[in-house]
Design a protein around this ligand. Structure first.
Ligand code: AMP
Length: 313
């Protein structure tokens, strides 16, 4: 079904309410919980596409009430990144969500970070720059893969997710495998801070040519979009190497890099193989056969940084 068909098929369903105040959101979710309603929550930064909607559909199927948040979270952007120009289109997002969602939580930066947020420095590692005292550390989980070129990104993710989970108190939270490292950080956050919520990781939704859907794909030119199809093919190439018996992570990583450069990628941020649960380095592929291994990469097309990953087992 196309998005339009899905939307019209369900048009009878809902009157999505937009809530901007955290207090109002909390009162509402406490009330729902006291009535025993199960709450499914999908955190997003907006500029929604079918990848986001797949999470919403799963949340709809598994819960009584669906809450989506749209919040472009400044603390997860580094100073040189696209916080100011990150795509924002509330009207389009609302139209996509309305048929399926009960509540859209849409707070301002001040609502999430306090009134002194004007002093906020994007990418600052210090919680004090936001007018708050707390900041997070995610340890080794943030020191590999995307964490290397995006210092403080996962700390910002952990901080905002803690705030959102505390406000919304969902029974389940839905996140995409596309941001694999993020799911691992959030899994640990939930476990270690005892949030009473279950993390549901949903598969990556792709364009027909294999490109993982992303809000940042709007930055790509038509030519770059075509080239971007080779990202997924590069991951599949890596998986094939494993399937044909290659056990050495270095050789697999090198094979993927060669494939990418042969297809015109001259700026590769990283290609890496990591253990799925801890993100620790994989020394030999064979020895990990009982656990998950993720082959993950980030590349630049022009100024746009794109990420993708594939589970090897
Ligand atoms: P974002 O708005 O980029 O912060 O993404 C919000 C949520 O949607 C995250 O849990 C993402 O992993 C998920 N997501 C983004 N793109 C996709 C996709 N192509 N397939 C599945 N989930 C996705």
């Amino acid at each position: 079904m196309s998005l339009y068909e899905q939307k019209t098929a369900f048009d009878h369903h809902s009157n999505m309410e937009i809530i901007t105040s955290r207090k109002a959101m909390r009162v509402l979710t406490s009330d729902l919980k006291s009535k025993g309603r199960k709450i499914g929550f999908v955190p997003t930064m907006g500029a929604l596409h079918e990848g986001h909607l797949s999470l919403v559909h799963k949340a709809r199927a598994e819960n009584d009430v669906v809450v989506v948040s749209i919040f472009v979270n400044p603390t997860q952007f580094c100073p040189n990144e696209d916080f100011a120009k990150y795509p924002r289109d509330l009207g389009a997002d609302q139209a996509l969500l309305t048929p399926f969602v009960d509540y859209l939580f849409y707070p301002s930066v001040a609502e999430m970070y306090g009134e002194s947020h004007e002093e906020f420095v994007v990418g600052s590692s210090s919680g004090n720059a936001t007018g708050n005292f707390l900041s997070f550390a995610v340890g080794d989980l943030g020191k590999c893969l995307c964490g290397l070129s995006r210092p403080q990104h996962f700390e910002g993710v952990a901080l905002v997710l803690s705030k959102l989970l505390n406000i919304i108190q969902p029974d389940r939270v839905y996140m995409g495998q596309k941001d694999f490292q993020q799911t691992v950080v959030v899994k640990h956050l939930i476990e270690e801070l005892f949030f009473e919520t279950e993390l549901v990781v949903c598969p990556t939704i792709r364009e027909e040519n294999g490109l993982a859907m992303s809000s940042r794909n709007v930055y790509l030119t038509a030519e770059e979009r075509e080239k971007a199809a080779f990202i997924y093919r590069a991951l599949q190439q890596g998986k094939k190497l494993v399937e044909s018996g290659q056990k050495d992570p270095k050789k697999i990583i090198a094979g993927v890099k060669v494939f990418l450069s042969e297809h015109g990628f001259d700026k590769i941020d990283y290609v890496d193989l990591r253990k799925g649960s801890s993100l620790q380095e994989v020394l030999e592929v064979e020895s990990e056969k009982n656990g998950k291994i993720v082959l993950a990469l980030a590349v630049f097309l022009g100024k746009t940084r794109l990420i993708d990953n594939l589970l090897i087992f």
